[in-house]
Design a protein around this ligand. Structure first.
Ligand code: GUN
Length: 293
């Protein structure tokens, strides 16, 4: 299939969008904001990090988030809970964190082990402390175009686009994936910036043809290397949100080696969207603290 498609030899080298550098910039801004806050006598922002069970990937993510907190000056408080914690106890902890004046953001690492009900937990987090932006209040405000804490991964993608001078205005954007965490808020953020957005998913007919219409293609499906160049219009910008653990290490949803040569710009995995997700969590925690203090 690859051989029948244009290889875009006239294109200059694609821009490799560097999420590590962009995240460092966001974190430096957050650190400066925290210095301002504490110089005026406020406490440093506090983030409660709740991890239930011992899923190795979740443990690794939480560790990286806590390292970022230490770097920017956010006080992270760790809540490590057993996988068999009763729902009632977990709910009660969230309510306690909602009441705590020292906690400005509450992050519950997902997925929760079965049979815990994620929706009950997410809905309990006070909207002012919903630094993941997954609650109905945060998402509803996003739909309405109102100020709120916005989901970190899609907000991180928007910041990457801005940093690289990629303006979604008037562009055809295709988002592959319709999750509450990425796909749906991603589509809304792109729409807010005047892109014409199509959201595709596992039941979309002729997915590759639809994706080939995209000036801006965002892949958030969770299937390693699924997007090859048969899905990509030459000269498109490709954003890979996938983080898949495979025998070959971390790989994205995009077959980078196949796709990169025909793009105008593309994010790598690792080192693309992932670091920005964590940086935006720091930015959301600062924003939550500023609003509460
Ligand atoms: N699990 C996978 N991504 C995320 C995220 O962005 N936030 C939380 N809390 N859990 C996740």
């Amino acid at each position: 299939m690859t051989d029948t498609l244009p290889t875009f030899p006239q294109s200059p080298s694609p821009v490799i969008i560097d999420g590590v550098v962009a995240a460092a910039r966001v974190k430096a801004e957050v650190a400066a904001g925290i210095c301002d806050l504490t110089a005026r006598g406020s406490v440093a922002p506090g983030l409660a990090v709740v991890l239930v069970g011992d899923d190795p990937a979740s443990i690794a993510y939480v560790r990286m988030k806590e390292r970022d907190c230490a770097e920017v000056g956010i006080r992270a408080t760790d809540y490590r809970l057993p996988a068999d914690i009763p729902q009632k106890e977990l709910n009660a902890l969230i309510e306690e964190l909602n009441r705590s004046e020292r906690v400005h953001g509450v992050l519950v690492q997902l997925p929760l082990p079965a049979p815990l009900d994620e929706a009950q937990v997410i809905e309990r987090i006070a909207p002012a402390k919903d630094v993941d932006g997954f609650g109905a209040d945060s998402l509803g405000r996003l739909v309405r175009g109102e100020r709120a804490l916005r989901a970190c991964t899609p907000a991180g993608v928007m910041r990457l686009l801005d940093d690289y001078g990629i303006d979604p205005d008037g562009k055809r954007a295709v988002v592959v994936g319709r999750s509450v965490i990425v796909g749906k808020p991603m589509a809304l953020l792109l729409l807010e910036r005047n892109a014409t957005v199509t959201v595709c998913h596992s039941r979309t007919a002729d997915l590759a043809a639809l994706c080939r219409e995209a000036d801006l293609l965002v892949a958030a499906v969770g299937r390693p290397g699924m997007i090859d160049r048969s899905y990509v219009k030459p000269g498109a910008v490709v954003i890979d949100v996938g983080i898949n653990r495979t025998d070959k290490g971390l790989v994205g949803d995009v077959d980078f080696a196949d796709v990169a040569p025909i793009t105008a710009a593309i994010t790598p995995v690792p080192g693309g969207v992932g670091p920005m997700t964590r940086a935006l969590l720091m930015a959301n925690t600062l924003a939550a603290a500023q609003a509460q203090l």
